[in-house]
Ligand binder design. Structure first.
Ligand code: NIG
Ligand code: FE
Length: 434
């Protein structure tokens, strides 16, 4: 029998970054690969007294601290991070944002508090359309600069990947401008940006009398901008676009090779979830008014339900997405900020996780799985990010707490001490390291 060679130190992979002193490491890697639904929604894959090592961008060790020396060699110039007996978990994936826009809308915030509805403001030419006017007027440089600052803030709050929708241009040139900005920002700092074409966000002023003309223009956007986006999205709602109109656009997008996402059942039960299931969408987002049949259809088709708990809060809606019922129906749930100037000027995934616990009664474990692993699948990147597993990108965050429940427990007050993106320390002592 051939003798097996004795392993030498040279056989062990060499780490360029090592994290030790982790009291609790939430790998999010329980069960089989894929989005975690049903009972797996609660499984954070916890390791106690853990260590993590990366070589370049990728993880080469995630396991018990005492087995680290036998598994990896640590280069003399490797970066070393002491987690201070804290909690480590994957970087947040904010899988639904409208990142690129100009102008805030605080005046509408006040109007809504005084009783005006979101749809009344939109029908009067405000809402989305006022952000469209401001975004059209802004230069590409200005939009890039603003969005870059937002990404820095998000990173300091633990978000390492951000989906970014267009939808505030609503002309070929302006949608192209927004998607160019999103593309430029991808990798311009320590974050990944996933661009989505949302041409069917609202009917712009110049097409108010010509719906068909606008739908043809969105077709043209899909044809022309397909290489700049990964997903196509639409606002499927009374006062926005009908399921019939959305189906047509999505078929076109799918033919062009784009994945599908949709704003579904946000303000009423408009059949969005059923449409998402029928078309094999990556995700159906909002779902505040999803029907029982809609939930069953999503579960059956394996569509991820993205819940956006800041939105009902901001629009003064009486309903939240029914997290517990979606989870028991078997729909894998993700969470996102929906960051935008109208319905969610909130850029913090930590706040979203806390609201999901407080308002939707998700367990802290389920909400954290939703904000990491399932959100990564919602942007089609589940094979690279969202869990801490050897071979995946080393995107992680460390909190100075004893237990993961302390994150949502201290609403709005927990930010990571350390953020690591693609194997590099990018936030240290809570400060962006550039
Ligand atoms: O996801 N619902 C449609 N779009 C956004 C809001 C956009 C806006 O009000 O500017 C949303 O809530
Ligand atoms: Fe949205």
């Amino acid at each position: 029998m051939e003798e097996r060679p004795v392993p030498t130190p040279g056989d062990k992979p060499e780490a360029t970054l090592v994290v030790t002193g982790i009291r609790s490491c939430l790998t999010m890697a329980a069960g089989d690969a894929g989005p975690a639904g049903g009972e797996f929604q609660e499984e954070v894959g916890e390791l106690s007294d853990a260590a993590i090592a990366a070589r370049g961008e990728n993880l080469i060790y995630v396991g018990p601290a005492n087995r680290l020396p036998a598994s990896v060699r640590v280069a003399s110039d490797a970066a070393r991070v002491d987690a201070g007996a804290g909690v480590a978990l994957p970087g947040f994936v904010d899988c639904h944002t409208h990142l690129v826009f100009a102008g805030w809308r605080a005046e509408e915030f006040a109007q809504r508090i005084a009783g005006a509805s979101y749809q009344q403001i939109l029908a009067a030419g405000g809402g989305i359309l006022s952000t469209v006017a401001a975004t059209r007027a802004a230069s590409e440089e200005e939009l890039t600069e603003r969005a870059q600052r937002r990404l820095e803030r998000m990173l300091c709050a633990g978000t390492t990947t951000v989906e970014a929708k267009s939808g505030y241009g609503l002309s070929l040139a302006d949608e192209a401008k927004i998607l160019r900005v999103a593309r430029r920002l991808d990798g311009s700092g320590p974050w990944d940006v996933v661009p989505t074409l949302l041409g069917a966000h609202a009917l712009p002023g110049e097409y108010q009398e010509d719906r068909d003309g606008y739908l043809e223009l969105v077709d043209e956007m899909i044809e022309t901008l397909v290489d700049r986006a990964v997903f196509v999205d639409a606002f499927c709602e009374v006062g926005a676009f009908t399921t019939r109109e959305c189906r047509r656009l999505f078929e076109k997008g799918r033919e062009a090779g784009l994945g599908i996402k949709l704003h579904a059942d946000q303000l009423s039960n408009s059949g969005g979830a059923a449409l998402a299931a029928e078309l094999g969408a990556n995700s159906a987002d909002h779902l505040d008014f999803v029907s029982v049949d809609g939930m069953a259809a999503l579960a059956e088709a394996g569509v991820i339900g993205v819940m956006l708990p800041t939105v009902p809060l901001y629009v003064g809606a009486r309903r939240q997405a029914p997290a517990a019922r979606l989870q028991s129906a078997g729909v894998p749930l993700a969470l996102a900020t929906d960051f935008n100037p109208g319905t969610s000027p909130v850029d913090s995934m930590g706040i979203v996780v806390a609201l999901a616990c407080l308002q939707m009664r998700m367990s802290p474990a389920a909400a954290l799985v939703a904000a990491t692993r399932n959100a990564a699948y919602a942007v089609g990147r589940g094979d690279r990010i969202g869990t801490l597993e050897v071979g995946k990108q080393a995107d992680l965050q460390i909190y100075a707490v004893d237990d993961h429940a302390e994150l949502p427990y201290r609403f709005g007050q927990q930010e990571p001490a350390v953020v690591i993106k693609a194997g590099k320390v990018v936030v240290e002592d809570g400060v962006f390291a550039g």
